[in-house]
Design a protein around this ligand. Structure first.
Ligand code: NDP
Length: 282
């Protein structure tokens, strides 16, 4: 597995397994399947309500903790210096571990400056190996960077062929923040897997459309964390490291940018009020 070197030197697998929308009672089985398939990086979040399932799977797998790259995220309701520190401890307990590899501020809402100071301290105490953000647009990202000490290692944003985030990628590169894609398969929405051009490219390489899309991310050095509850798809999504897309494939896929609205739009008031109202699962 190829790794990406973060701005503090930490090596992160370029591909991991995400568990958003994996039901709490299915998570242990899914994560065990993912680990058996070969994934060694896992992405969860307090708000997913399935950190315990991830922790149970890690324990049952018998894989040494240091062989796993573990990411979780701080939810909006826990934003702010004091609350962030408490939420972090809760996350560690649920995951059954005493450190995280990566901890992200999940949303650019609420007192995320207070949270960032808490994360900086936890990082300096060695309880988190790298700290980062999620869903920060370029202006919020740069504002946070210029007003704080530690530059986020990662910004996890919606990124797929329908939302290629070229400008955001440029800014992140300039500031040394690695790009991590959520929804790398556009959550299989808007018929992305049936797109005619993507199907032609897939046929040319004897791969599936999902594999072509994931490879398209890897060609750009973007970290991916595709989710599937099905073991055969977990394997399919991991089998993307033995082929390359050529220039003409990349040019064709570039044409898909902006074809549909983003999955989560922070300009929509209901998104902002809804996330602020949402409690972190107990
Ligand atoms: P993905 O783009 O990974 O797509 C997941 C969907 O695609 C599921 O419906 C899955 O169905 C289907 N799928 C997966 N693999 C295949 C395949 N090979 N062929 C056909 N269909 C497939 O979306 P996610 O939103 O899950 O994003 C990935 C991860 O990113 C999340 O799990 C989470 O960890 C993170 N994330 C972070 C967010 C943030 O705000 N920071 C927001 C959203 C996600 P099935 O399970 O039935 O196979």
């Amino acid at each position: 597995m190829q790794h990406v070197k973060l701005n503090n030197g930490l090596e992160m697998p370029i591909e991991g397994y995400g568990v958003f929308q994996v039901k709490p009672d299915e998570t242990e089985r899914c994560v065990l399947d993912a680990l058996e398939t070969g994934y060694r990086s896992l992405d969860t979040a307090a708000t997913y309500g399935n950190e315990e399932g991830v922790g149970n799977a890690l324990k049952k797998s018998g894989i040494p903790r240091e062989e796993i790259f573990l990411t979780s995220k701080l939810w909006v309701a826990d934003q702010g210096y004091e609350k962030a520190k408490k939420a972090f401890e809760k996350t560690l307990n649920k995951l059954g571990t005493d450190y995280l590899d990566l901890y992200l501020i999940h949303q650019p809402l609420g007192d995320y400056y207070g949270s960032w100071r808490a994360l900086e301290e936890l990082y300096k105490d060695g309880k988190i190996k790298a700290i980062g953000l999620s869903n920060f647009d370029s202006t919020r990202l740069v504002d946070l960077i210029v007003n704080n000490e530690i530059v986020p290692a990662v910004n996890q944003i919606e990124l797929h062929p329908f939302l290629q985030q070229k400008e955001a990628q440029k800014v992140m590169k300039e500031y040394g923040v690695k790009v991590e894609s959520w929804g790398p398969l556009a959550e299989a929405k808007h018929g992305i897997l049936d797109d005619e051009m993507l199907n032609e490219i897939a046929a040319k390489h004897d791969k599936s459309v999902a594999q072509v899309i994931l490879r398209w991310h890897l060609e750009q050095g973007i970290i991916i964390i595709p989710k599937s509850v099905r073991k055969e798809r977990m394997a399919e999504n991991l089998d993307v490291h033995d082929f390359s897309l050529d220039e003409s494939d990349m040019e064709k896929i570039a044409e898909l940018d902006g074809r549909y609205a983003r999955i989560v739009d922070y300009d929509i008031m209901d998104i902002v009020t809804g996330m602020n109202a949402s409690k972190t699962p107990e």
